[in-house]
Write a new protein. Structure first.
Length: 319
């Protein structure tokens, strides 16, 4: 049985089963396009740019500042893999060209090469999907990072305690990407998200938490990049949101987002550092605004997130 949140957010699943099915592992390490459910409408303000944007965070596939070590052909091939929003999605050369901004003849040569190497598969028509070689890369990445598996039981317990989505995200350029996702046992209202879901740093509380977790020099460079990439009229909002979230993480250990990504979704997030783990992580708890109100986030969800972090810290899982 399915239901909807206010203003068309969905799909919302109403189920007696607790643990949501985690899918999309094959595509999570390859794609860089934000996967937004087609049922989420573009609204003015939060989330609108995410719905209409196509090419993501692989950039243009061209070297910046004349970098002579940059291999443009390799970058373009990775752009093609990033164009796939879902592990089960199939695309033709024309669609890939549209999403990446690359010329169609270039895309045709790249898809042929990736098909030959096993990174793409070809259906009976003229469409491509992600191939088994992408899964090998994903599995290798996860094997090298034991932190997600060590954190799993603690974050599953958190999801059950707050009856909301709990996600572990990893920094990916100017985005955070979900690498693990949990739903509470017995949770009846869920959002359509999966492993590989991308959120922009500039428009998500998980992204703001990641900024707070960066070293000062890295943070300053990233903020400058986000400001440069944002429309001039949006920079005051961005500056205020960053300043508030940095202050909240400093004071409380987490920051609260009320309608930052979408006006009907609220969340709380905290930066995470794990000994020996590669990359910058954050834990995010999110849900519909009518359940996770700002008061609930600040008085219940946020403290429970901190308690889960404290338990992992006592075991040496996080710093």
């Amino acid at each position: 049985m399915r239901n909807r949140l206010p203003n068309g957010i969905g799909p919302v699943r109403v189920t007696s089963q607790g643990q949501g099915r985690i899918s999309g592992v094959v595509g999570s390490m390859a794609r860089g396009v934000a996967r937004i459910s087609p049922r989420i409408p573009a609204t003015a303000g939060e989330g609108a740019s995410e719905v209409v944007r196509e090419a993501e965070p692989g950039g243009t596939g061209e070297a910046e500042d004349g970098d002579r070590q940059f291999v443009t052909a390799l970058a373009r091939g990775l752009q093609v893999l990033r164009a796939f929003r879902d592990a089960a999605e199939t695309l033709g050369n024309r669609e890939i060209a549209y999403r990446t901004g690359l010329p169609k003849p270039t895309v045709s040569r790249l898809t042929h090469t990736l098909l030959t190497l096993g990174y793409l598969v070809h259906d009976d028509g003229e469409r491509y999907g992600l191939g088994p070689a992408v899964l090998a890369l994903s599995a290798a990445f996860l094997r090298q990072n034991s932190f997600p598996q060590l954190a799993k039981p603690h974050l599953q317990d958190l999801a059950t305690a707050v009856q909301a989505h709990v996600a572990l995200g990893l920094l990916d350029g100017v985005h955070s990407v979900y690498i693990q996702l949990w739903r509470g046992a017995g949770q009846t209202i869920t959002l359509s998200r999966e492993v590989g879901f991308h959120l922009p740093l500039a428009r998500s509380v998980m992204g703001m938490a990641m900024l707070a977790g960066m070293e000062e020099g890295e943070r300053g460079a990233m903020i400058e990049r986000l400001r440069r990439d944002s429309p001039a009229e949006d920079r005051p909002r961005l500056d205020a949101a960053i300043a508030r979230c940095l202050r909240e993480v400093e004071e409380h250990g987490y920051c609260v987002g009320v309608g930052i990504w979408h006006r009907d979704i609220n969340a709380v997030a905290a930066p995470v550092h794990s000994p020996g783990a590669r990359g910058l992580f954050a834990v995010n708890v999110s849900g519909p605004a009518f359940l996770l109100t700002e008061t609930v986030l600040r008085t219940d969800t946020g403290p429970k997130l901190l308690a889960a972090m404290a338990r992992m810290r006592a075991l040496g899982i996080v710093d």
